[in-house]
Design a protein around this ligand. Structure first.
Ligand SMILES: *[C@@H]1O[C@H](CO)[C@@H](O)[C@H](O)[C@H]1NC(C)=O
Ligand SMILES: *[C@@H]1O[C@H](CO)[C@@H](O)[C@H](O)[C@H]1NC(C)=O
Ligand SMILES: *[C@@H]1O[C@H](CO)[C@@H](O)[C@H](O)[C@H]1NC(C)=O
Length: 400
């Protein structure tokens, strides 16, 4: 949190400003401008300014990052895009797996897949440490202090305190951890602090029935509707499980591979927005598909122009994230790059990597997952480099 004292700028000295009469002393929101606030002192309001990238938060009583979701309605995608021209520093900072070696201690990982950032709780980072059959948590404030195991870590297996090649994670507002327990064909919920998990989807062996999961490398929880979305690549479908149900409902894909609008072929990473719109990578079709709530077919929002490295193409995209401004971030795995597509664009922009597969800090080697923290810094996991890198956003390029 930025200390208030450093951001105060004196703007005016009237007893009534914008209709606000200072009945009490203290700080109050400015109804006309979220980037400023009033300081009332002995009945006099002073207009104060937050730093340009921050907004006044009455709850937190300080200037803070803007968490307001500027979506007016689910039919209206027009939002001010504060990251339209944003840039990220090209060299990542590896805070785990710095020596690019497999390991099972707190400073190492084994072929990590998924990464999740808990923006509600200090941007803590969770990593699916796949070959160590555990989920590691890193505190954003002390990244290099190493990972803490919050799920699994009891060798490979199918007992309730074990995981078998976990691939994807979601952490809810109470810090409960959902884990795609890939080789066990189930999704496990590890309640915060628990020493074992409970099965909330699948757990009936590998198969195509609606109570089964074939293989999964992407999950997402829509917290408002208490719904778990499972991207089942083995079954070419996305299935949603509402809380307490014994089977899922297919919400994207037909269950049979193909490249038509209603099909998906081995979908991987998944993101679900507030409007229950599903974004899903369709790697074999080199595209990212968007399925609106209750849609019977998807719309291509990135790629779909064959396999390749041109700006309108993708090459085996694994993961997708969407920010609050509707920018789509794609882990374009076989191009060793991260690309950003703004909505309704015909091509993307390379924002990270694009320098071939390798071990340098501006390169990736089989990167499978990405996540954004609250400020817009990007985190990328690499299976073959056994590391997670943080790429800082250039603050000057955030335009509101
Ligand atoms: C769990 O693992 C044990 C030991 O490997 C195996 O015998 C059993 O069949 C497994 N159960 C399931 C449901 O896969
Ligand atoms: C890495 O790739 C980017 C995007 O293609 C390019 O702008 C940059 O110059 C490359 N950097 C190096 C060191 O090759
Ligand atoms: C951007 O701003 C944040 C918050 O003030 C700061 O922690 C971070 O270091 C800045 N990033 C860069 C690249 O300067």
């Amino acid at each position: 949190m930025i200390p208030l004292i450093s951001i105060f700028l004196l703007f005016g000295l009237n007893s009534i400003v914008n209709g606000l009469v200072c009945m009490n002393d203290g700080h109050f929101a400015n109804p006309d401008d979220k980037h400023s606030f009033f300081q009332c002192s002995f009945g006099t309001p002073y207009l104060m300014q937050c730093p340009p990238t921050l907004v006044w938060s009455q709850d937190k009583y300080t200037c803070d990052y803007d968490t307001f979701q500027p979506i007016i309605s689910c039919d209206d995608n027009k939002v001010v895009n504060c990251r339209e021209n944003s840039k990220w520093l090209s060299d990542g900072i590896a805070f785990v797996g710095q020596d690019i070696k497999f390991g099972s201690d707190s400073q190492h990982l084994g072929a990590p897949f998924g990464v999740f950032i808990d923006t509600e709780h200090g941007n803590n980072i969770y990593v699916a440490d796949t070959d160590n059959h555990r989920v590691q948590k890193f505190l954003h404030g002390s990244l290099t202090s190493g990972g803490i195991t919050v799920a699994g870590g009891n060798s490979r297996g199918n007992a309730s305190n074990q995981l078998d090649r976990p691939s994807s994670i979601y952490v809810d507002k109470d810090e409960n951890v959902y884990v795609a327990d890939n080789e066990n064909n189930r999704v496990q919920l590890w309640v915060k602090g628990a020493t074992s998990g409970v099965t909330v989807a699948g757990g009936h062996g590998k198969g195509k029935a609606l109570n089964q999961i074939g293989a999964c490398q992407g999950i997402f929880v829509h917290e408002k509707t208490k719904t778990l979305y499972v991207s089942d690549f083995y079954n070419d479908r996305v299935v949603k499980w509402t809380e307490g149900s014994n089977e899922g409902i297919i919400v994207a894909g037909t269950g049979f591979s193909g490249s038509k609008a209603d099909q998906l072929t081995a979908p991987r990473g998944i993101f679900v927005d507030q409007c229950e719109t599903i974004y899903v990578t369709d790697p074999w079709n080199n595209r990212v598909q968007k399925w609106k709530k209750d849609a019977t077919e998807g719309i291509t929002v990135a790629g779909g122009n064959g396999k390749g490295s041109d700006l309108n193409q993708l090459n085996f995209p694994w993961d997708v994230q969407v920010d609050q401004y509707n920018n789509i971030y794609i882990m374009d795995t076989d191009n060793s790059r991260v690309v950003k597509w703004s909505s309704n664009q015909l091509s993307g922009e390379i924002i990270l990597g694009g320098n071939g597969s390798g071990i340098q800090s501006n390169q990736f080697k089989q990167a499978h997952s990405l996540a954004l923290d609250k400020q817009g810094n990007i985190f990328v996991t690499e299976r073959l480099n056994h590391r997670v890198q943080m790429f800082q956003i250039d603050n000057q390029t955030i335009t509101c």
